[in-house]
Design a protein around this ligand. Structure first.
Ligand SMILES: [Mn+2]
Length: 319
């Protein structure tokens, strides 16, 4: 008997959900099942190609719905879970009692644990640490910019490892450690975790020093320009770590193909009254109320700086 577990890949919550379902299934459904894992990624088009649901039972966790009849279990909390026309109705019409959706749940990890506990008598006690961190990480409830940038907590190191790992056998080893309820500090200290993390954290430290040199704060708005520094990606919490009291951040960066103006509001302060998405849309960009971006062709450096200046000035005057 084969159980196929499809989980949201490169995501702490996805792997944790896969581990909890494994434990639940082994202890409450079938102890002798052969369990196979498949990492799923969001992309345009069909994310469930033929052959995806190749188990005798198939489950999707922390990832969108499929109305394929071979899907026998489903747990998700993404607002965008129903992508195909009619998916929503087919989910509502499902009578299996094994498909669950709660878009208000902060993490699939805790949603799955709670559902399996209440409905099927699962014992989540060994997984308290994992569930706690799934909720913090997927809900972006970091206690401080310091915690989000220093990444000292074992769970945040594992989050970073998982986001960057593309070696499926290692992902399976990681999920198995979680199934075995090993302490996160113990897993985070294993060489197959610490080794790959070294260059990632080195890059992170370089970006921190560059941003420390480039950021300026004026009128509650932090601005920076790293387009000449070779820094394409950086931890978006770094400016708040450097200036914890700032309200907004406006940054200019360059990748091989585009110039980017990133605009954000301090997640540790009350939500701003202005919509950052609306501001970015005026310059051809977009985003969410609290964070957005504008992209320009890579040769329009001067225009990018001009736009960043205008947005920063507007945010300084924001209520
Ligand atoms: Mn999730």
């Amino acid at each position: 008997m084969r159980l196929r577990i499809c989980f949201h890949d490169n995501c702490f919550d996805g792997a944790a959900s896969a581990a909890l379902f494994t434990s639940f299934y082994r202890t409450r459904v079938r102890g002798d099942a052969e369990i196979l894992y498949r990492g799923m990624a969001h992309k345009p088009g069909d994310v469930f190609p033929e052959g995806t649901f190749d188990g005798d039972e198939n489950v999707v966790v922390d990832f969108r719905f499929s109305s394929d009849p071979r899907l026998t279990w489903w747990f998700d909390h993404h607002v965008s879970a129903f992508q195909q026309p009619g998916d929503d109705e087919r989910f509502r019409a499902d009578t299996s009692g094994q498909k669950f959706f709660d878009p208000t749940a902060k993490s699939c990890t805790r949603f799955l644990a709670r559902t399996c506990t209440e409905r099927f008598g699962f014992d989540p006690a060994p997984y308290a640490e994992l569930i706690h961190w799934g909720e913090i990480i997927d809900g972006a409830l970091f206690e401080s910019p310091d915690a989000a940038v220093k990444l000292a907590e074992p769970a945040l190191r594992l989050m970073t490892w998982m986001e960057n790992n593309h070696d499926m056998p290692l992902t399976e080893r990681y999920i198995q450690r979680l199934v075995d309820a090993r302490p996160l500090a113990e897993i985070a200290a294993e060489p197959w975790v610490t080794g790959p993390l070294e260059p990632i954290f080195h890059q992170h430290a370089v970006a921190l020093e560059v941003l420390r040199a480039r950021t300026h704060s004026d009128g509650g708005v932090v601005t920076f320009d790293v387009s000449d520094d070779g820094i394409e990606t950086y931890n978006k919490f770094i400016p708040y770590f450097l200036f914890p009291a700032c309200r907004f951040v406006v940054g200019v960066s360059r990748s091989p193909r585009r110039m980017k103006i990133s605009v954000g509001s301090n997640p540790w302060l009350p939500r701003p009254k202005v919509s950052i998405a609306a501001i970015c849309e005026r310059y051809g960009g977009g985003g969410h109320p609290v964070v957005g971006a504008v992209s320009l062709p890579v040769d329009e450096v001067a225009r990018a700086r001009e736009i960043a200046g205008e947005i920063a000035e507007e945010l300084r005057r924001a209520p």
